[in-house]
Ligand binder design. Structure first.
Ligand code: MSP
Length: 521
């Protein structure tokens, strides 16, 4: 990073540890991982934060009902379930924050004290419905017959003396913010929802609870714990040194990354992130996140997939069958980011076979086999094909624009279109026919070089999405030795033709995407 330039900072929600991760959680985290890997490959300095949300009634109740102390319960779930799942999905986060860590709890307390000193906090009485599943104070209009519309469970009636945050005071400023910076809340449907919610009149927010003690104590009133969302939202700032002296490690980190470039969330938690969170930051005079992006839900049977409704699917249910990289690829490729989408084994199987095994995997294995057969396994001399080169340039700029705008489907489509084009090129040039006559040797070499350099480009472009598979491909192209690690290849340089060094030795690696019928079920 050059002096003074800011890191690209992306966060995922911090997940409740009342249960193990399901594919809905993995969807957000993989999207964050792909985007941050893409930015790293653009040569940017990146900070990618994820973590777990461990306080509140929901986690407390689950721990109680399984006979564990809440802290033991959280420790166990984080160590045996959440972190291992992210490792298995190849999630390259830079930091993992847990809200029970002292670094978080202490900074949350100082932040709250600061807000109180500034007159943004007052004491009052909260009476109204609360959904433990959402950990949210509800309005009567949020409920159907007293039941939460998301969880279908009866909301409990809360009546407590609490501390309140003057949220309503920030509504005009928030509306102005979204008018001035429409890109601060995307997609457009999410922004419209937030604006009409803000226009409908928003009340002050109770930010403490007194009927249980699993939370961060309110510093000046330790009979109360801080409301779990107020605690949780601050993770994005506490993890990077909120409030630390400017010349300390934390203070320097904060200066390097703040504000977040993207707070990535599912649409279920949009209001927390687009209303309460920026208002908290406004109250503390801190710069606001540049963007909150709300993606859609993975649906099962037409409803939001969730563990509480027994529709939760574990990532391993899918990766055991299709592999980790196909999992990472599938959801971003199949569902426009921002829209709901249904998961189906059939659709995943069909795309796996046609796009990954046939279009991409076969192209690579055919090329390696032909270079072994016709060129003694050595990449031939650099050749040129203007049509392929132009197509690649267009692909790189299209993929870069779309992926940076979180249109993962658009970006992956562009890359896979180029893959189809290369397949078309091979079919059209028919190197196996050229090989029949030694007079065609230089033409044959040219076709194989053009194909190999196209696959070099495909491997780099697909690396953020499918890191392990593309590394195998990179090694079998001999590029590891001749060009350095695949993760060091720059997006801005991918379209420069002729990078794969002639003379590199190719090797037949593992089949990238084995046929499904060959896999043990
Ligand atoms: N702990 C809060 C977030 C606090 S952030 C300061 C929370 N946790 S959660 O465990 O319920 O995770 C919610 C997030 O998981 C969603 O916003 C979304 O990113 C992801 N998903 C959970 N279920 C999902 C689907 N069915 N589909 C897509 N994403 C889903 O809320």
């Amino acid at each position: 990073m050059s002096a003074g330039s800011k890191s690209f900072y992306l966060t995922t929600p911090i997940y409740y540890v009342n249960d193990a991760p399901h594919i809905g959680h993995a969807y957000t985290t993989v999207a964050g991982d792909v985007l941050t890997r893409w930015h790293r490959q653009r040569g940017e300095s990146v900070w990618f934060l994820t973590g777990t949300d461990e306080h509140g009634q929901k986690v407390l109740n689950t721990a109680n009902s399984s006979g564990a102390s809440p802290q033991d319960w959280c420790d166990r779930l984080v160590d045996t379930s959440w972190k291992p799942t992210w490792a298995s999905l190849n999630i390259a986060y830079d930091d993992f924050i847990r809200t029970t860590e002292p670094r978080h709890m202490e900074r949350v307390q100082s932040f709250l004290t600061g807000l109180k000193d500034q007159g943004h906090i007052y004491s009052g009485r909260y009476e109204g419905p609360y959904c433990i599943g959402c950990e949210e104070f509800k309005l009567p209009t949020d409920l159907d017959d007293g039941r939460c519309k998301v969880h279908g469970t009866l909301a409990e009636l809360v009546s407590e003396e609490n501390w309140f945050f003057r949220l309503s005071a920030f509504i005009p400023q928030l509306l102005q913010h979204y008018r001035d910076h429409p890109e601060a809340c995307e997609p457009t449907s999410a922004r419209n929802e937030v604006i009409s919610f803000l226009e409908s009149g928003v009340q002050d927010l109770s930010i403490s609870r007194s009927s249980f003690d699993w939370g961060i104590p309110v510093p000046w009133d330790t009979k109360q714990v801080i409301y779990v969302w107020f605690d949780a939202l601050l993770n994005y700032a506490t993890a990077v040194g909120l409030g630390d002296p400017v010349d300390s490690v934390g203070g320097k980190k904060f200066a390097e990354v703040w504000p977040p470039d993207v707070n990535l969330v599912g649409k279920d938690i949009l209001r927390f992130h687009a209303v309460i969170w920026p208002a908290m930051l406004m109250a503390a005079n801190l710069p606001l996140p540049k963007k909150v992006f709300a993606h859609g839900w993975l649906l099962v049977g037409g409803e939001k997939m969730s563990k509480s409704k027994l529709t939760g699917i574990a990532p391993s249910d899918i990766t055991d069958h299709f592999g980790v990289d196909a999992f990472r690829y599938y959801f971003l490729r199949a569902i426009p980011f921002g829209t709901d989408g249904s998961f189906s084994w059939e659709d995943m199987g069909a795309r796996y076979t046609s796009e990954l095994a046939n279009d991409f995997g076969n192209l690579a294995s055919r090329l390696i086999a032909m270079i072994e057969k016709y060129c003694d396994g050595v990449i031939p001399a650099v050749a040129n094909d203007e049509i392929l080169q132009d197509a690649l340039s267009g692909t790189v700029s299209n993929a870069d624009t779309t992926i940076v705008a979180l249109d993962f489907q658009g970006g992956i489509n562009a890359i896979m279109e180029f893959c189809k084009r290369v397949n078309g090129y091979v079919t059209e040039k028919a190197p196996w026919v050229l090989a029949k006559n030694s007079a065609n040797k230089s033409e044959l070499d040219a076709v194989l070089y053009n194909t190999a350099d196209s696959i070099r480009a495909l491997a780099v472009l697909l690396h953020p999405v499918m890191p392990a598979t593309t590394e195998i491909l990179w090694a079998s192209l001999g590029a590891d030795e001749s060009m350095g690690p695949i993760s060091a290849q720059r997006i801005g340089d991918v379209a420069r033709w002729g990078q794969l060094p002639p003379g590199s030795k190719v090797t037949k690696g593992a089949v990238l995407f084995p046929r499904l019928e060959d896999k043990a079920l």
